[in-house]
Design a protein around this ligand. Structure first.
Ligand SMILES: Cc1cc2nc3c(=O)[nH]c(=O)nc-3n(C[C@H](O)[C@H](O)[C@H](O)COP(=O)(O)OP(=O)(O)OC[C@H]3O[C@@H](n4cnc5c(N)ncnc54)[C@H](O)[C@@H]3O)c2cc1C
Length: 442
């Protein structure tokens, strides 16, 4: 949206291809539902961009190998440049035994579930009573928030390989759940790990004081859920019962070792069992390699000849290692370029940088005539029609919005009605279009 904003403002014709029917990506299906101001502001901005006459939206169209359109299809349709802003849709695990057991989830899927992304919103996510969330970043806090406030489970424990000083969540975010933190258990946890923190030159008392200072402005208590932390704890195995359901985690104790200006966790080969009913991996995401761009180790490859300083053009250029060449006119931005990196503002700025890079690229090429632009758009639409892709345009989005509004507010964590399945959304859109078509005819 950020790229579309600047490129359309500069007078370029912009085609947006989106897997989801609705626009917004994680702003619609990731950010915690009760952040109404943030979500509402983003939605308003996105509508304004989509309503520009030189912006063309095609929702419900997936790009990838064996999908509606491949990267090669897009490259051959005649656009002057292609920008991939497809986010980090691949899941990351820490690759431990048992991580496919019943009751093991990836944070992104859980977040998609409670934000009701089709394919996730309508599936059950059985969390049990005691949930272990692996990771101590903002996504862990969002998952804990949902578990504490809406699922009201008995116990949520954030598991961290390193120590409390290496916690990654934003102090403002923890306010959503800090009223539920079991203070006695936290003090005990500090007593347990204090010698190892001290051995690394850290001051456990000061760290606990800092953490408690962050808990000064907690949101009011909404449930009896007890929230806790396990530090210096590296999950080694998911333990299962006879039905392959999670019954716990095998955890290896760790210690901290200095690594540059930071610390890394080193296993101590001492193990213990931590009982829990479900495990959520909140350890970041990687890109989805099935999109079909050159890929290696969780990332899409960009031109290695970069200076490393953003917005250096090379950092945004897709790169094929096999041929040693860039993919001419193909760019990456946002979480597709740097998986799980930063908040919406960071992704927005990345899009703005990418738009600058693309503008520089286009400035060195002949401009397309109006008729060439129209031909490209027609070719694009015809390709989708020939492949029987039910692409949703702006009119369809408006119809969907009206249909959802008619349902009024919902009393779950989202607070507003959302259709949970693509078929329902598409059905609503087509029914409304047919109705308005027949009333226009009569
Ligand atoms: C759980 C969670 C909570 C967050 N909370 C906050 C918060 O409170 N505040 C904040 O500022 N930031 C928050 N963020 C970060 C923010 O969501 C991201 O910074 C931002 O959404 C990244 O934008 P993006 O456009 O790169 O990717 P995304 O938002 O993931 O968008 C990717 C888009 O690409 C589309 N797509 C994916 N694959 C394909 C394909 N193959 N073909 C076609 N289209 C495709 C998707 O449909 C989607 O529209 C949160 C992130 C997460 C995971």
């Amino acid at each position: 949206m950020s790229v579309a904003n600047l490129m359309s403002k500069a007078g370029h014709e912009v085609v947006i291809v989106n897997r989801d029917v609705k626009f917004g990506g994680l702003a619609e299906y990731g950010i915690f539902p009760n952040k109404l101001k943030l979500r509402g502001g983003l939605r308003k901005t996105y509508w304004e961009i989509l309503e520009r006459p030189n912006v063309h939206y095609f929702g419900n169209v997936t790009v990838g190998n064996g999908k509606d359109l491949t990267v090669e299809d897009l490259r051959s349709l005649g656009a002057s440049a292609l920008v991939f802003a497809s986010g980090a849709q691949g899941t990351k695990t820490i690759g431990v035994e048992g991580d496919s057991a019943l009751g093991v989830y990836h944070a992104k899927d859980v977040v998609f579930h409670f934000n009701r992304l089709p394919g996730f919103g309508d599936k059950p996510f059985d969390m049990g009573n005691r949930v272990a969330v692996i990771g101590v970043g903002d996504v862990m806090v969002d998952i804990a928030h949902w578990l504490v406030r809406y699922k009201q489970v008995e116990q949520v424990t954030a598991i961290a390989r390193r120590g409390p000083a290496e916690r990654k969540y934003n102090p403002k975010e923890i306010r959503a759940v800090c009223a539920n933190i079991d203070q006695a258990a936290l003090a005990q946890e500090f007593d347990r790990i204090a010698p190892r923190l001290a051995a690394a030159g850290q001051h456990p008392g000061d760290i606990l004081k800092d953490m408690n200072a962050e808990f000064a402005k907690c949101e009011p208590l909404k449930s009896k859920t007890k929230m806790g932390f396990r530090f210096l704890a590296s999950p080694r195995r998911v333990l299962t019962d006879a039905h392959n359901r999670v019954r716990g985690l095998e955890i290896e104790e760790t210690k901290l070792e200095p690594k540059g200006n930071d610390f890394s966790a080193v296993g101590l080969k001492q193990y213990y069992e931590f009982p829990c009913d479900s495990v959520v991996f909140a350890v970041g995401d990687r890109v989805d390699e099935t999109v079909g761009l050159p890929y290696k180790n969780g990332v899409f490859l960009t031109n290695p000849s970069s200076t490393g300083n953003e917005p250096d053009d090379a950092l945004f250029q897709a790169y094929d290692e096999a041929s040693g060449k860039i993919l001419e006119g193909v760019f990456l931005t946002g979480w597709a370029r740097k998986a799980s990196e930063g908040l919406v503002g960071v992704a927005k700025r990345d899009g703005e940088w990418c738009a600058e890079v693309v503008s520089r690229y286009l400035a060195g090429r002949p401009a397309h005539t109006r008729s060439a632009v129209d031909k490209t758009l027609d070719r694009f639409k015809t390709t989708l029609q020939d492949r029987k892709v039910d692409a949703i345009d702006l009119t369809g989005l408006r119809a969907l919005e009206a249909a959802e509004r008619e349902h009024g507010p919902s009393n779950d964590c989202i607070g507003e009605f959302k259709f949970g399945a693509n078929q329902e959304m598409l059905g609503q859109i087509h029914r409304r279009r047919d109705r308005s078509g027949s009333s226009a005819r009569s």
